[in-house]
Write a protein that binds this ligand. Structure first.
Ligand code: NAD
Ligand code: TDX
Length: 336
């Protein structure tokens, strides 16, 4: 199989490409990535001589058409992915997440190429503590410019499938953790703060709940859907990993041998979603997928070890990321 992977220099895409090259010798991989602030070619160093890398924009219709004409399938990870950035400057989210997806859909339509669309549970909005988890039937109700543009892209995929017969599947996954995640995101930000001796920074009271899944489990689910999923169908991906943010920060502090209350409460995110939770029954029962990383604490320890061992990968982004948070108005509200 000849595969085009968009966003393959980003967090989930790079892990997907590495896993694919290591485990599937029958697949050839071309990566298309614009190398925005979130893309890092070094994330593909271990497989660089076994893939083709194209530096370019998914919204470039001619480039995308040419690349898609030479493959059997596209897995579309590329996106602007950070909620906080979408609150500061929404336009790149509209351009990449909506216009970029349009560009890929037109190309897979023209060349009749199989397409898998990577999306997020955030398209469903948020849940109260007692609500049942999201299912494939939950109505869309996005909160942030990021999740609204991801929801828009999902709807384009559904329309191109129904109206033009595009052979597409979609997956909406919960929060990923693991190696190669940008230091702007919650878990890597706190790990790298702790390595630097800086206190973790919890938005508001820290009662928001996220449903954590290891990135390798997400990517195995993507392969399962690509190979066996029903065309036109949406699959939710999650590993029953619900935890509130404060508990995650306390676990990280304990892993560093620090007092679990040694963190700061900082300015909350406007419109902050309260809770995400995934019911992945369809994926488990119809396609037989099960996660391999059952123990979040063990996965977290391995992730901490990766950031300790790979400081040269994240260090160049750290100071600028913290400066951007300060410039966006993040203030310490108090300590525990
Ligand atoms: P990321 O921000 O780490 O990586 C995004 C990648 O896309 C980068 O390499 C970037 O250079 C590239 N990119 C951005 N704009 C581009 C453009 N116009 N053309 C080509 N490449 C471009 O994101 P991630 O966390 O790896 O997320 C990947 C996908 O998974 C996204 O679609 C995201 O919505 C989805 N997702 C993420 C999570 C999560 O927890 N991180 C959970 C569910 C779904
Ligand atoms: O410093 C922080 N302190 C903090 O308390 C940061 C960066 C975040 N948080 C909170 C906000 C969220 O409740 O932690 C939680 C996780 O934050 P993010 O890492 O920004 O993730 P989230 O907003 O939940 O979105 C993520 O999961 C869904 C990804 O970034 C999205 O791309 C994906 O679609």
């Amino acid at each position: 199989m000849r595969l085009l992977v968009t966003g393959g220099a980003g967090f989930i895409g790079a892990n997907f490409v590495q896993q694919t090259v290591l485990e599937r010798s029958d697949v050839t991989v071309t990566v298309l990535d614009a190398l925005t602030y979130a893309g890092n070619k070094a994330s593909l160093d271990s497989v660089a001589d076994r893939i083709d890398f194209v530096h370019g924009d998914i919204a470039d219709l001619d480039l995308v058409d040419e690349l898609v004409s030479g493959v059997d399938a596209v897995v579309h990870f590329a996106a602007e992915s950070h909620n906080d950035n979408s609150l500061s400057e929404p336009w790149p989210f509209v351009q990449t997440n909506i216009v970029g997806t349009y560009s890929l859909l037109q190309a897979v339509r023209r060349h009749d190429v199989r397409y898998h669309h990577i999306s997020t549970d955030e398209v469903y909005g948020d849940l109260d503590v007692d609500d049942p988890a999201f299912t494939e039937a939950t109505p869309y109700n996005p909160s942030s410019p990021y999740s609204a543009t991801k929801a828009s892209s999902d709807l384009l995929v559904r329309a191109w499938t129904r109206s033009f017969g595009v052979r597409a599947t979609l997956s909406n996954c919960s929060n990923n953790y693991g190696p190669y995640q940008h230091v702007e995101k919650f878990i890597p930000r706190q790990i790298t703060n702790l390595i630097d001796g800086v206190r973790p920074r919890l938005y508001g009271a820290g009662h928001q709940i996220r449903d954590w899944i290891h990135v390798d489990d997400h990517n195995r689910a993507v392969w399962t859907i690509l190979e066996n999923g029903q065309i036109g169908r949406t699959y939710l991906i999650g590993a029953d990993g619900e935890l509130d943010n404060k508990s995650v920060v306390r676990m990280l502090l304990e892993a560093f041998g620090r007092d679990p209350d040694d963190f700061d409460h900082v300015t909350d995110r406007p419109g902050h979603d309260q809770r995400y939770a995934i019911d992945a029954s369809l994926l488990r029962t119809e396609l037989g997928w099960t996660p391999r990383y059952g123990d979040f604490r063990a996965g977290l320890d391995a992730t901490i070890a990766w950031y300790r061992d790979n400081e040269s990968w994240w260090r160049p982004d750290k100071a600028g990321t913290e400066r951007a948070y300060a410039q966006a108005g993040e203030r310490t509200l108090g300590t525990e």
